[in-house]
Design a protein around this ligand. Structure first.
Ligand code: ADP
Ligand code: MG
Length: 321
């Protein structure tokens, strides 16, 4: 099956969101009066972001999920996406499964595929660019954190990192915990509804892809503020709780691939945030506070049992020495 048959069979679906969609040289999108468009893109490479034997449906889901998570982190409503795909061979069954996983998530968020590129490649490479809508002048940035803001996270932390360790055979867990963590790393659920609800509450926001210890400093640097976080406050799933506590806390602080939302909000918003948490059945946990910078640079201080932590924490960084 050739490139164009593959595209027509598996990726071309009726959509009404773009005036011109798949099939021409470009898609054409009509602007929405009163809205701005938010754009993000992510690249996933075999052997680096996913294992060569990954289930194609899970890969299709994740490639879109990481982009939708970025839209969630801005408080945007997903609308459209493009898909660039590099494949070693035109394996129809593989592509069918990939498309199934991807479209299940796309449909759940009313996000439409409007174009892409398909090419032969020595390994599987997937890049999605997703677009979302924001009310004019909206969008929760990394730069809005203010001294005295509470620091919050959604859901639980460290499950993605533990799931990866299970996949790599580095840890053995009871079957139910293993299944839970692997699902977390393979099928992250982008927090779209939560991001929308937080759009008028949060001062700053981002999604957690490289781990709290690596990601929170981005908010601090952009906002020119410092922070204190207590490791005892990090929300842990049952799977993490079954591990020795220091190990679980290291995973929660350092582990990547959680795709939860990290945000700051004034103390006056606590009741409203608990209401949002209840309404959406998503745990929201206060893990620390924003402070002004003391010596002119943003610092992240870790606390443990009320005292400065003696352990160190750091997130995942590509190209780090
Ligand atoms: P061009 O050569 O002009 O870049 P292509 O031949 O690459 O166009 O693609 C033909 C059409 O198919 C375009 O509209 C493109 O957006 C669409 N397309 C190609 N690959 C994909 C894909 N993986 N998913 C969705 N649409 C795709
Ligand atoms: Mg092309």
């Amino acid at each position: 099956m050739g490139e164009f048959d593959l595209i027509n069979r598996y990726f071309k679906r009726p959509q009404a969101i773009a005036r011109v969609g798949i099939g021409d040289d470009c898609a054409i999108l009509t602007p929405y009066v009163g809205y701005e468009r938010c754009v993000t893109t992510d690249l996933l490479i075999e052997g680096h972001h996913f294992l060569p034997d990954v289930a194609p449906a899970a890969l299709g889901h994740k490639a879109l999920a990481v982009n939708l998570s970025d839209l969630a982190a801005m408080g945007a409503q997903p609308s459209t996406f493009t898909l660039a795909l590099g494949l070693p061979k035109a394996d129809e069954a593989w592509v069918a499964e990939f498309a199934r996983g991807m479209f299940a998530l796309a449909d759940a968020h009313a996000c439409h595929l409007i174009g892409g590129d398909t090419t032969a490649s020595p390994i599987v490479v997937v890049s999605i660019a997703a677009m979302g809508l924001l009310p004019m002048g909206g969008g929760v940035l990394r730069s809005g954190a203010q001294p005295d803001d509470d620091i919050w996270v959604s859901g639980t932390l460290g499950d993605g990192a533990l799931g990866l360790a299970v996949q790599l055979g580095k840890v053995k867990l009871p079957a139910d915990h293993a299944a839970y963590c692997v699902d977390r790393v393979e099928r992250p659920r982008p927090r779209i509804a939560l991001g929308l609800a937080l759009a008028n509450v949060a001062h700053s926001m981002m999604d957690l892809s490289d781990g709290l210890a690596g990601d929170l400093p981005h908010i601090l640097a952009a906002s020119r503020v410092s922070a204190r976080v207590d490791v005892n406050n990090l929300p842990l799933s049952d799977a993490l709780r079954a591990l020795p506590l220091p190990e679980a806390q290291q995973l929660a602080a350092n582990g990547g691939d959680d795709y939860e939302l990290l945000f700051t909000a004034p103390p006056g918003a606590r009741n409203r945030l608990q209401f949002i948490a209840q309404q959406q059945s998503i745990a929201l946990t206060r893990i620390g506070v924003i402070e002004s910078m003391t010596d002119g640079r943003p610092t992240l201080q870790w606390f443990e049992n009320g005292r400065p932590a003696t352990r160190s924490f750091h997130g995942f960084e590509h190209f780090a020495a």
